[in-house]
Structures are given as C-alpha cells and as structure tokens.
Design a protein around this ligand. Structure first.
Ligand SMILES: N[C@@H](CCC(=O)N[C@@H](CS)C(=O)NCC(=O)O)C(=O)O
Length: 324
C-alpha cells in the first residue's frame, strides 16, 4: 500500500483510522450504509437549479456506483454542464484520494484537496459516515448535492434537459411507461447482484458468504433467461436505467469479482452466453458511453487493494473478450 501524505484537514469525528478495514459488521456480514446527502438538481429548484459549469461529479475507476453516474454524463452529453473529476483508483487509508496517475490529477482542481473526505467535511464539519463516490458537488454553495448513485443517475437523466440539444434531452432511461418494470428489476438486481457481489466479497464468515453467493448466481441465471429471447436490452428494445445499473457490475465480474470477491461458481464470458452478448453489445456498439468509461486495468488494481491482497491476479486473459 502506498504511504499517503498526512493532512490534518482530512480528519473528522467518528471515522475509523483505516478506510479499507471495517467493511463488514461484527457478525461478518457487509451492510451498505445509507447515503447522507439526498438533494436534487431541478429546474426552478430553490438551492440547486441547473446551471452550466456549477456542478462537479467526483468518480473513480474502481467504483461501479460512480460508473453509473459517469455513464449518464456521457449518454446525455452533459460534459459541458457537469465537470467530471477523477480520484485515484486505490482506496487509501483515509479513503479515496488524488494522485497524478491515470485519470486522476495530483490534487482537486477546484480546491486543491488531496482527499475526498475534505469535501465531506467542507459540506458538514460533523460528518461521521463513509466518504463515498460518486459525489455530486455544488461549487456555488460549496456543498454536496447528492452522494447516492441511484438518485444521481435520475438527476442527470432530467435536470439539464432544458439546456440540452433536443436529441440529448429526449434520451430518457427512466421512461414513465417502463417505471414499474424498471423498479421491479432494480430491486432484486441491486440486492443480489450489484450489492450481492459486495456482500459475497466482504463476507467474513462462511455463513455470510454462502448466504450471498448462491442468490447472486441464481439472479445471474434469471438474467440469462430474460435475455435468452434475443432482446437487445434488459427490458426490450430501449436502453434503460436497468441496463446501466447491471452493466457496471457485469463488466467488473470476470475481471474482478470472480477472483477477488470469490464469486467464482461461473464466469460470465464462458457460461452466460446471453449476458455476455448483451455486455458485448453495450461495450462495443456504444463505445463512448460504455467502453470509454470502463477502465479494467485500473479497477482490477483497485479491487486488489481493497481486499488487501497486494497482488493483482494475472487473469482473466484477455480482460474483455474481443469481438472476433
Ligand atoms: N449507495 C452508494 C454507495 C457508494 C459506495 O459505497 N461507494 C464506494 C466505492 S465502490 C466507496 O466510495 N467506498 C468508500 C468507503 O466506503 O470508504 C451509492 O450507490 O452511491
């Protein structure tokens, strides 16, 4: 693990010293904490109206939740409205930090901060929860608008529509008529797949591991069956939020979760042909949205560090299957 620069402004109350430890509760089970900042950007909003150049999205390559939000920025063509700033892919002792490697600058370009936690303390000096990405920051009020990816993707889906060209404004990944279906699939995919890989990977007892690894694979089988009728996207012919939320987990599966989170009953590439076709379609046919937002080498190193295995596994080879 690299030594991190000491920075006394990067400390706060109630946080364990090493952000990489303590992922599981004392009973050996991993429970994801509820996000603390839950505001929205919306036209006419008293505090957070849509405005060009005002908001910044903080992400890192390792994190699937941040990846969801990044995909929305690209899909909706929001680069001019929401600046994307990258933290280094490694979760350090004090959480996510900047380091001039790969996509990350040496320091935050707006505040000169070294750690993500510094934003959390700027927003709330008494903040005592985890310092997570994605984090949507408002430069005007100097606070966090929202740090819950499921909400950030909905904000990005609509908030800037009146400022966008018509073709981008028309893109809607949570369309009214599909909402019940999207909500239904999101619920079990979140519990057993998106968060299921974490509950499996961070389990500290055999019981906690078994409780999660089998439901995870049962859900992958269920997704495989859904896609087996040859549909283009999860809910039919339209790309929706459900695809985006699933993509960020499936693209990490063979490269990281299979080995590093012990999700190794089957590999996606060899044993789930329909899921693999759906993944290849998104990755190769919408490259600016999916492929170019995916950094497999970086995220594999990121997950290796979180597991404190300081060795990066050699496989799978290749990291993503070529098309031919
Ligand atoms: N519910 C949050 C979860 C975000 C989250 O847990 N992000 C992880 C990275 S994958 C993180 O930043 N962890 C840092 C930590 O827990 O210290 C969301 O979906 O936005």
């Amino acid at each position: 693990m690299v030594a991190l620069p000491d920075d006394s402004t990067a400390t706060g109350p109630g946080i364990e010293a090493d952000q990489r430890s303590g992922q599981a509760d004392p009973d050996g089970k991993f429970r994801r904490q509820a996000s603390a900042f839950r505001d929205v950007i919306a036209p006419g909003h008293e505090r957070f109206p849509p405005e060009k150049g005002r908001y910044v999205l903080y992400v890192c390559a390792t994190c699937p939740w941040a990846h969801r939000a990044l995909i929305m920025v690209k899909l909706k063509g929001l680069e001019e409205f929401v600046d994307v700033v990258w933290l280094h892919w490694e979760l350090g002792e004090k959480g996510w930090y900047f380091k001039e490697v790969d996509n990350s600058p040496a320091k935050d370009p707006y505040y000169g901060f070294t750690y993500l936690r510094e934003f959390y303390f700027r927003a709330n000096p008494d903040y005592d929860k985890r310092f997570t990405v994605p984090m949507l920051w408002d430069r005007k009020l100097e606070t966090i608008v929202n740090n819950e990816s499921s909400e950030i993707i909905r904000i990005l889906n609509t908030a800037f529509n009146e400022l966008l060209p018509a073709d981008k404004a028309a893109i809607d990944v949570y369309p009214e008529d599909l909402r019940p279906e999207i909500d239904e699939i999101n619920e079990w995919v979140y519990n057993t797949v998106n968060n299921g890989v974490y509950k499996t990977g961070f389990a500290q007892t055999q019981e906690a591991y078994d409780e999660n690894v089998y439901p995870l694979f049962a859900s992958l089988e269920r997704l495989e069956t859904i896609l087996s009728d040859g549909r283009e996207f999860l809910l039919g012919s339209r790309l929706t939020e459900a695809d985006i939320r699933l993509y960020v987990t499936i693209i990490r599966f063979d490269a990281a979760y299979f080995t590093l989170f012990r999700c190794n009953i089957k590999m996606i590439r060899y044993e789930f042909p329909h899921l693999q076709n759906w993944l290849m379609h998104l990755y190769y046919d919408f490259p600016t949205v999916f492929k170019e937002t995916t950094f497999l080498e970086q995220l594999k190193k990121g997950y290796s560090g979180v597991q404190k295995i300081e060795l990066v596994p050699a496989g799978p080879v290749p990291l993503m299957m070529p098309r031919e």
